[in-house]
Ligand binder design. Structure first.
Ligand code: SF4
Length: 262
């Protein structure tokens, strides 16, 4: 389903990725704490990870408009892949139902979602025709590397993890790099085979091109950064009576601003 140039990049331009921190090196990547965060905990937007503490310890969850829209983008993109072996009629009917189930905020973007659906449907049909193995939100065991029992990348193309997000988050590219690194480590620990790349797809609802693709080389620097962040979050969860400080650099889109700044 991926554009041809991505495979060419991986084969020809990507070269060898130098990495010692592999998912099967349990002496290096094994858990250091009893608490095991999820990938979204490790890659949460709060610089202090206070949002993880609010969600997991205070058990408070607040959705922002951006989260609602991001979730809808995910569902629209993934829908044709989930239903790729169904009849055309069933897929189209199901897509109408999916749109009807959206939050009123997301429904305002119906025109853009139809356009996104057409593109994604084309990729899904192509993958079926070409026999490309794809899993949608597969459950990959991750406890052995100190994460939640399972992690779920949006797509697995062969063993290449793919992450989809709303393009307004592109400035948070670092977080996507870390998420794909976490998936790569989990897959490595699961199958014992190196995963050197991941792909981030950004969906631009209002500009062209609608889809932007970025390839991430999962090198040792990213792997070590991921493990440091994993341990920072695990330590927060293991000491619930010690809330992380309020950040001095809160992203404006953080839904917990009202909670933290009152
Ligand atoms: S408001 Fe600031 S400190 Fe609180 S969770 Fe959000 S980013 Fe973190």
């Amino acid at each position: 389903m991926l554009p041809r140039w991505i495979w060419d990049f991986v084969k020809v331009v990507g070269g060898d990725v130098v990495a010692d921190v592999r998912g099967w090196r349990f002496d290096v990547v094994g858990p250091r704490f009893l608490a095991r965060p999820s990938i979204s905990d490790v890659t949460s937007p709060c610089p202090e990870k206070r949002d993880v503490w609010i969600r997991r310890v205070m058990r408070m969850k607040i959705d922002s408009d951006l989260f609602v829209l991001g979730r809808a983008v995910h569902e629209v993109f993934l829908y044709p892949f989930r239903r790729r072996y169904d009849s055309l009629w069933d897929v189209l009917r199901g897509f109408e139902k999916l749109l009807a189930s959206f939050d009123p905020l997301a429904k305002r973007y119906k025109e853009q979602f139809v356009k996104l659906f057409r593109k994604s449907f084309a990729f899904a049909l192509y993958s079926v025709e070409e026999g490309i193995p794809i899993s949608v939100e597969p459950m990959i065991p991750a406890a052995s590397i100190g994460l939640s029992d399972f992690v779920k990348p949006d797509l697995l193309v062969g063993f290449l993890p793919v992450d989809i997000s709303l393009a307004s988050n592109e400035k948070n590219f670092e977080r996507k790099e870390l998420a794909l690194t976490g998936y790569a480590l989990a897959i490595e620990s699961w199958i014992g085979h190196p995963i050197d790349f991941g792909v981030a797809i950004y969906v631009n609802l209002f500009t062209e091109p609608m889809l932007t693709w970025r390839i991430i080389r999962v090198d040792d620097s990213l792997r070590r950064t991921f493990l440091e962040m994993r341990d920072k979050v695990a330590m927060i969860l293991e000491h619930p009576d010690e809330p992380p400080p309020v950040s001095s650099n809160c992203p404006q889109s953080c839904p917990y601003i009202e909670v933290c700044k009152k």
